[in-house]
Design a protein around this ligand. Structure first.
Ligand SMILES: Cc1cc2nc3c(=O)[nH]c(=O)nc-3n(C[C@H](O)[C@H](O)[C@H](O)COP(=O)(O)OP(=O)(O)OC[C@H]3O[C@@H](n4cnc5c(N)ncnc54)[C@H](O)[C@@H]3O)c2cc1C
Length: 514
């Protein structure tokens, strides 16, 4: 097998006869030799008017293709030692898979419902604004990852085995494209089935998943958790606990604090979710090319520094919609997702300002950032009429400090209400957002337009609380069998990094026991 790279046009990249001819020509493979080739890496370079695809292939001459990777074999762990995992998001599920690979029996407790029952609650939320605090876009089987956008791009390559996560996702149903594309994406419509396949594997090996089982207390003796309490009734003795409850489980942060288990405040980011039409973004990014069957819906990534603080685009969803992602009835929260084809007419992205505990008068207080986050979510809920409708303002009106009277269509299904963002955010956030939008408009001309709408707030970007862990052993400093894990504990941001952190927690437990 050899690798071969070249650049070509988007049209050529979709033409397998062209690709075969070009590989034959450039590698001097005659027409009587058998050629097998397969995409290895693919990225689009749209910086110039002549858009190119950077293409890389694995090539076999007179040889059969080999599979991209060996499937993972999951042994039975029916009678093995147990690891208790709280939360069945990407971190919890991948911790469970890794536990099985390492010969341990995972027992997962998840406060929310399984994928199928969760879907009904999401339908109620979007259609009737009825929020179930235990079953929503953040809570339930697969965590915030199930009805997420499923972008799998991660910068956390140093944290662990990205390839292993990708291969496992393929083994459980994702297409091999995620191993090829520079910015892999699964899509909200494909994720639930994949999560079900992971669950079925865990159970087939003798692992356990208990839905609608919320961790409500922990009993610590001599620096060890000896028992956990679920749903305020069921008590379960434990040996090691991976706490993977995500950044929206505020009750868990408060529970740890009440039990004298240290948690700290942590920087996070907060702002708004902006929505343009996808055509508008495509025109900008693809130099006027519109509805091009050879190009995927385009995305953007924007970042600037304003008054010493980063302001940046977050979780950009081409062809996506804005979703109601609150976990409490008296708050509103936005986020975005897109289906695998990214074929909605809208494009949305969070535009967020970094928030630091030192922005507040009591930076040492563990919940200073969390309480700020919560106050913005509640103020947004109040300003928009105490339903799941969200405050909205046209983008140019926001920059020019005007109330909006006339809106283009929004993808946010529960509905929008015209509210000036000044009613919700403090000046240190508003000023930075306004200056950043002016800067983004220079980078992407006409980005600031009244054909774009900002929806508030985008506030669940990362955890506002850190649960400390020893840098070597990953145990909590004062509770040696507690493993704070992934996004909720402050060690991951996104599906892939959360999955890696879950797997690494299991490795740390196994190392301790070796
Ligand atoms: C709409 C949306 C779109 C997103 N798009 C992307 C994207 O494109 N790419 C990307 O990388 N990331 C995306 N994310 C973020 C991504 O989903 C998270 O980063 C990731 O899910 C974090 O994984 P986690 O396992 O650490 O936590 P979570 O996914 O938050 O899972 C935590 C789980 O713990 C459970 N839990 C909480 N408290 C308790 C308790 N007391 N007892 C038992 N269980 C409990 C919760 O119900 C939940 O299921 C998106 C998120 C949303 C909401």
């Amino acid at each position: 097998m050899q690798e071969h790279h070249f650049s070509c046009t988007p049209e050529e990249a979709k033409d397998s006869a062209y690709l075969e001819n070009r590989i034959r020509q450039e590698l001097g493979i005659s027409s009587i030799q058998k050629l097998n080739f397969r995409w290895r890496k693919r990225s689009i370079d749209a910086r110039n008017r002549h858009i190119k695809v950077n293409a890389s292939f694995d090539v076999w001459v007179d040889e059969e293709q080999v599979p991209r990777f060996e499937s993972f074999e999951f042994p039975s762990v029916q009678d093995a030692e147990t690891i208790h995992i709280i939360g069945a998001g990407p971190a919890g599920l991948f911790a469970a898979l890794e536990a099985i690979l390492q010969g341990k029996k995972p027992i997962l407790f998840e406060r929310g419902k399984d994928v199928r029952n969760r879907r009904r609650d999401l339908a109620q939320l979007t259609k009737s604004s009825i929020l179930n605090p235990e079953s929503n876009y953040c809570f339930g089987e697969g965590g915030a990852g199930t009805y997420s956008d499923g972008k799998l791009y991660t910068r956390s390559k140093k944290r662990g085995d990205v390839q292993k996560v990708m291969q496992l996702l393929v083994q459980f149903g994702a297409t091999e494209d995620i191993l090829v594309d520079a910015h892999p994406h699964i899509g909200t419509n494909k994720l639930p089935q994949l999560i079900v396949s992971i669950r079925e594997q865990i159970i087939a090996c003798g692992g356990e998943i208990h839905f609608e089982h919320k961790l409500t207390d922990i009993r610590v003796e001599n620096g060890q958790i000896i028992e956990i309490e679920l749903n305020q009734t069921l008590k379960v003795p434990v040996s090691n606990v991976i706490l993977a409850t995500g950044h929206s489980a505020r009750d868990i942060f408060y529970l740890l604090h009440e039990r004298n288990i240290q948690v700290k405040s942590k920087p996070f980011a907060l702002g708004v979710r902006v929505e343009h039409t996808q055509d508008f973004i495509d025109k900008l990014q693809y130099h006027g090319r519109l509805n091009d069957e050879f190009l995927p819906p385009s995305s953007y990534s924007l970042v600037t520094q304003v008054d010493g603080r980063g302001v940046y685009s977050f979780c950009m969803c081409p062809g996506g919609i804005i979703a109601p992602c609150a976990t409490d009835e008296q708050e509103v929260v936005t986020n975005g997702w897109s289906p695998s084809k990214r074929n909605n007419p809208y494009s949305n992205s969070g535009i967020v300002v970094s928030i630091d505990p030192t922005d507040f008068s009591n930076p040492e207080h563990p919940f200073v950032c969390l309480e700020f986050q919560q106050s913005i979510e509640k103020a947004s809920w109040e300003a928009a009429g105490k339903t799941q409708k969200v405050p909205a303002q046209c983008l140019k009106d926001f920059v020019q400090k005007k109330k909006s009277t006339d809106f283009p269509r929004s993808s946010y299904q529960p509905g929008i209400v015209s509210v000036e963002m000044d009613e919700i955010f403090p000046p240190f956030v508003l000023d930075r957002l306004r200056k950043a939008f002016i800067d983004f408009d220079k980078k992407m001309p006409r980005f600031v337009t009244n054909d774009a709408v900002i929806h508030a707030p985008e506030s669940r970007t990362s955890s506002p609380v850190l649960i400390p862990r020893d840098p070597e052993t990953w145990q909590h400093p004062s509770v040696s069998n507690l493993y704070p894990c992934a996004e909720g504990a402050g060690y991951a941001g996104g599906i892939v990094s959360a999955a890696i952190d879950g797997m690494n927690c299991v490795s740390k437990i196994c190392q301790k026991e070796a």
